[in-house]
Design a binder for this molecule. Structure first.
Ligand code: UDP
Length: 236
């Protein structure tokens, strides 16, 4: 697969064109940012861990009937994915209160939600990714009502499949963020990444945080936490 131009460089990944117009190469970086880019740093080995963890989980989800953009892992940090137009929404799925939800509603971190909560944020760094609801999404035509229904259904399936899978590895899935894309043919697929950068993972027994909150909150042990997730999921 011959790599062509850099199409896009984000905070954690670069995207390159390939000689197939329907495929792009995603290359994961060790760079870490938080609070809308205000906090910057490096997490050694993060690129490879997030790439491999994402691919492992995308393959699991495909088997369970959730279509994804995943095609093939090319190297520890690089993956071939289907080229899609990203729906400009972040879908947040929450099982337990943490982070911005705890702040907004005054809930202690760790309070279980009686029902899974879905939230949507409009992807716009300049606006700080504001939270929006289904009326904004329809009015702004970010997704049709039918597409949004599919997005919600897939998001809840991802939550069930990952929640059950991680529970067996002694990892509690607190919350996570998903992004979806549309292929040229109009198919909605799960895109972006599913990693310790985009999920809250707590050890089921010790409640230790095994995710990016260790970086956001200067807790130390960031690399070890990412390594531990890699070990539990991929056995190495
Ligand atoms: N999240 C993310 N990217 C974002 C915002 C949130 O991946 O731009 C993830 C975050 O890692 C967490 C979940 O979505 O697993 C919920 O995040 P929250 O709204 O609590 O915001 P945070 O406290 O992370 O700023």
């Amino acid at each position: 697969m011959e790599t062509r131009d850099l199409l896009y460089e984000g905070k954690a990944k670069k995207v390159f064109a390939t000689d197939d117009p329907q495929l792009v190469l995603v290359s994961y970086k060790d760079d870490a940012t938080a609070f809308n880019g205000e906090k910057k740093g490096t997490i050694l080995g993060k690129g490879a861990i997030n790439n491999r963890v994402t691919n492992h989980l995308m393959r699991l989800l495909e088997k369970q009937g959730v279509p994804t953009h995943y095609v093939r892992e090319l190297s520890p940090t690089d993956t071939l994915v289907r080229r899609v137009t990203i729906v400009p929404l972040e879908v947040i799925v929450r099982n337990v209160a943490a982070g911005s939800l705890s702040k907004r509603l005054g809930l202690a971190e760790g309070t279980p939600m009686k029902k899974t909560v879905l939230e949507f944020c409009y992807k716009d760094d300049a606006l700080g990714d504001p939270m929006v609801n289904e009326y904004h999404i329809a009015a702004m035509e970010w997704a049709t009502p039918a597409e949004l229904e599919t997005i919600c259904r897939y998001s809840l399936t991802v939550n069930r499949v990952l929640g059950e899978y991680l529970q067996d590895l002694n990892i509690q899935l607190i919350d996570f963020k998903l992004e979806f894309g549309k292929t040229d043919a109009g198919e909605l697929v799960l895109a972006d990444e599913i990693s310790p950068d985009t999920c809250r993972f707590w050890d089921t027994v010790t409640h230790e945080k095994l995710d990016k909150d260790r970086f956001r909150r200067d807790m130390g042990g960031v690399e070890d936490a990412y390594q531990e997730i890699m070990k539990r999921l991929l056995g190495e």
